[in-house]
Write a protein that binds this ligand. Structure first.
Ligand SMILES: Cc1cc2nc3c(=O)[nH]c(=O)nc-3n(C[C@H](O)[C@H](O)[C@H](O)COP(=O)(O)OP(=O)(O)OC[C@H]3O[C@@H](n4cnc5c(N)ncnc54)[C@H](O)[C@@H]3O)c2cc1C
Length: 458
């Protein structure tokens, strides 16, 4: 068995580390930040555990991954009923969509237009050439214009017609109105809209994975950003400042551009250029402390409209039954933006005020927050633009031929995947390291093909 370095202690890296250790390898994890969990971490604001945006564990999770999480969390993994709302044409519609609620609350003109679009679906083309065209083809122009179009513009910062169908395939599971109605009929029953959530926040999944890895003998080094990875002959030297480690192979879940910059020798010039062309959308996560025990009874509010900067608002307390402080609640607003745009650089006070104004405009109660904390996530959504699709092919080919350094995870592969997807990636990445300490590139290439069929759950 061999030595392996895992870069990044988000869920993908932690799962890779645990499984590689179980397979008999010596494993050291390097994590840049002071805690584990990456984008799926939890932290404390005003004495309450909160997440970096709304996170839930979806029932679509692969049974083997689900049983591992259940075994790690025990009774702390709670089964909850979703209770969200979407703001559509100034009305609130329950989310996930439910048939009765749609009939009652959707504006009549909107429902009539959707019904007409459904009737004429057979007349539409059999495939769309971009995100917008594909959504129009599948769900009709009304749903595309009123919901997916603005929401995509808000999340990705570009016109939906400039995005690829790969993104619509990965982000929108419904193939047509019939599927939406089928899902809405299922969600009409409480058992059709469940999700799983840990008592101490979503980060508890990563924390328990880290504990399990440590108890199996994995070394996790926090506050250790990797800045140089030198591949020479049969080994790799990892450098984080003055700390050096010689290892056999590297499983990296850090953002691909950071990996490419750290690698020596560098990837081929065309790969570096392709990676630099790929844009990712950032996000501000604003936590507002509200001096009342509950703000609303809903877990999340979705705002697809471009009239508000906030894309989603969640209330951590409503995701679980836990030991949260009784006299306050913490709201979490997600504001997509580009790194270094005006919003990115705004002060926490300005952002808190902006969220308050969004809530008023949406017709929600005033939050009257007493404190706000803002965290900046630089690369949340990979933007699959048509203009850079050939660059993604170049990157994909390169990722399929790892030489001692294999890249995985949401930012390592540049994908919009959920936690349950990246846990599968971690497990499969670990199993590509053979007993003689080499990477089985063919097995990894097959895994990458499987991962391309992942469909994101919201
Ligand atoms: C707003 C939002 C909502 C989401 N909602 C859901 C949901 O409801 N359900 C769900 O399942 N998933 C959800 N996700 C997705 C989920 O958060 C991700 O799938 C998951 O966190 C990806 O894990 P990862 O390990 O691949 O990457 P990350 O979580 O990004 O972890 C990468 C790690 O690498 C570290 N790192 C970076 N650079 C270096 C370096 N140079 N050296 C060492 N370490 C480094 C980082 O600090 C980080 O810890 C959501 C994500 C967001 C942003």
């Amino acid at each position: 068995m061999s030595d392996i370095a895992v870069l990044g202690a988000g869920p993908a890296g932690l799962m890779a580390a645990l499984k590689a250790r179980e397979n008999g390898h010596e494993v050291t994890v390097f994590e840049a930040s002071s805690q584990v969990g990456g984008m799926a971490a939890s932290l404390e604001v005003a004495g309450q555990r909160v997440d970096l945006g709304s996170h839930r564990l979806h029932p679509a999770t692969d049974p083997s991954i689900m049983s591992l999480i259940k075994s790690l969390l025990g009774d702390d993994l709670q089964t909850r009923e979703r209770n969200g709302r979407i703001r559509l044409k100034n009305k609130w519609i329950g989310f996930p969509l439910r048939t009765g609620d749609m009939v009652k609350n959707l504006p009549l003109r909107f429902s009539a237009a959707v019904a007409f679009d459904t009737l004429v679906k057979p007349l539409r083309p059999k495939s769309g050439s971009n995100f917008d065209a594909e959504i129009r083809r599948r769900l009709g122009p009304t749903v595309a214009r009123e919901f997916y179009g603005p929401y995509a513009t808000k999340l990705y910062g570009v016109a939906p017609s400039s995005l690829t169908t790969e993104l619509s395939d990965r982000r929108v599971s419904a193939g047509g109105p019939a599927q939406i109605i089928k899902n809405a009929l299922r969600a009409a029953k409480p058992e059709g809209r469940i999700f799983y959530y840990p008592r101490r926040g979503y980060g508890q999944i990563s924390e328990s994975l880290a504990d399990a890895a440590i108890s199996h003998g994995v070394k996790i080094q926090l506050n250790r950003p990797v800045d140089r990875i030198t591949v020479s002959g049969g080994s790799v030297e990892i450098a984080s400042g003055d700390t050096l480690l010689n290892t056999g192979n590297v499983l990296s879940s850090i953002p691909l551009p950071i990996l490419a910059r750290a690698l020596s020798p560098s990837p081929p010039e065309e790969v570096v250029s392709a990676i630099n062309q790929q844009r990712t959308r950032g996000m501000l996560i604003a936590h507002l402390v509200v001096p009342q025990s509950q703000y609303t009874s809903f877990d999340a509010h979705y705002f697809p409209g471009l009239d508000l900067a906030t894309a989603r608002l969640s209330e951590a307390k409503n995701y679980r039954t836990g030991d949260d402080p009784p006299d306050l609640t913490v709201l979490c607003a997600e504001l997509p933006c580009w790194v270094d745009d005006e919003l990115w650089g705004a002060s926490p006070e300005t952002i808190g005020q902006m969220v308050e104004e969004d809530l008023t405009r949406a017709g929600l109660p005033k939050a009257n927050h007493t404190h706000v904390e803002v965290r900046r996530l630089p690369s949340v959504y990979p933007v699959y633009e048509q203009a850079t699709s050939s660059a993604r092919t170049v990157i994909d080919n390169w990722l399929r031929h790892p030489d001692r350094v294999l890249s995985l995870g949401r930012q390592g592969l540049g994908v919009p995947d959920n936690l349950h997807h990246v846990l599968s990636m971690g497990s499969q990445a670990a199993s590509t390291i053979t007993s003689i300490g080499s990477i089985d590139a063919q097995a990894w290439s097959r895994s990458l093909t499987d991962f391309s069929a992942h469909v994101v759950q919201d």
